[in-house]
Design a protein around this ligand. Structure first.
Ligand code: GDP
Length: 309
């Protein structure tokens, strides 16, 4: 993941660290390299512009130019800003899932068809049922998880979730294409309450593009469910389109976070860097493989460290 960006940054950082003296002009030159690295990684242009402006302002403001090891100081500023860009500015816990409520904690999955919603529903269910969830720095223990599909347009989608649920060993609540999505949701919440589930994950229908009917439907589901987490699932391989889709969903729904899938296929990594800036929402997880073990919580600080080496 992010191999290209990491490679490019490694070179710029090496040059930066090697600078015994840093003048405004060679700093400009290095920032130009950073800019190019980001653009080549397919980071959205407004994000790149804003990032470079912030680094420059901070570097000048914090007297990087006059410091004892200016190159190192500049790397420090880039690191800070990269962390902030990916959501570190939202606070240490922003990228964690919030489940602190009277159970069942409801998680609503939104996104286009093929983005990886059903797979991610299975991955999340596995992750939560195995007790991997961390909040405020502490594991919260194994959760009793149920999943349900409100995708009544593709019978195969309901079956797919059933298979995934069996694979990860969580309860699948049956639903049927003849039902209305809202009825499915209502019955599932009722079931989860009666059987004392900690978490209910609701998978929803996706369309090939954004359309009004779909948005109205998911908005109605959101109102009915009042989920503590509304996660937007988006395919990293979509590049810049991923960001536009995220914006459209963000305008329609009060998203609490984003899951970027298929980052294993996106060596450029632009979407991972742009998504927080363009949507205002934290990236909470990344999907790193087709397998149901392929989900990683996203940590802005660690990711910045990984990129800068
Ligand atoms: P949905 O239509 O949004 O529910 O999407 P699916 O969950 O059916 O996923 C669509 C395809 O993407 C499937 O072939 C998944 O195996 C694949 N997929 C989902 N997440 C990932 C991921 O993180 N990495 C890879 N390589 N493939 C993924």
């Amino acid at each position: 993941m992010l191999e290209n960006l990491t490679d490019r940054f490694a070179r710029v950082v090496k040059t930066m660290r090697g600078e015994a003296r840093l003048t405004e002009s060679n700093m400009q030159e290095m920032l130009r390299e950073v800019r190019l690295a980001m653009l080549e990684a397919d980071v959205a242009l407004p994000v790149v512009r804003d990032f470079i402006a912030k680094v420059k302002e901070k570097a000048l403001g914090e007297a990087v130019v006059g410091s004892l090891s200016p190159g190192q100081a500049l790397v420090g500023v880039v690191h800070q800003e990269l962390t902030a860009l990916m959501g570190g500015d939202l606070g240490a816990d922003a990228s964690e899932l919030s489940l602190a409520m009277q159970p069942p904690a409801i998680i609503l999955m939104a996104g286009l068809q093929g983005a990886g919603k059903t797979t991610t529903t299975g991955k999340l269910a596995k992750w939560l049922s195995e007790g991997s969830h961390v909040q405020y720095g502490r594991k919260t223990g194994k959760k009793k998880v149920a999943v349900v599909s409100a995708d009544v347009y593709r019978p195969a989608a309901i079956e797919q979730l059933k298979t995934v649920a069996a694979q990860v060993g969580v309860e699948w609540i049956p639903s049927d294409p003849s039902q209305k999505p809202e009825d499915i949701a209502r019955a599932a919440v009722d079931y989860a309450k009666r059987h004392h589930f900690d978490v209910l994950i609701v998978d929803t229908a996706g369309r090939l593009g954004i359309d009004e009917a779909m948005m109205l439907e998911i908005k109605a589901l959101h109102t009915l469910l009042n989920p503590i987490e509304t996660l937007f699932v988006v395919d990293a391989m979509q590049g810049q389109d991923a960001i536009n889709t995220a914006k459209a969903f963000g305008d329609a729904l009060p998203l609490t976070g984003v899951v970027l899938t298929k980052v294993d296929g996106d060596s450029r990594g632009g979407a991972a860097l742009s998504v927080r800036h363009m949507t205002g929402k934290p990236l909470k997880f990344v999907g790193v493989s087709e397998k149901l073990t392929g989900l990683e919580p996203f940590h802005p600080e660690r990711m910045a460290q990984r990129i800068l080496g």
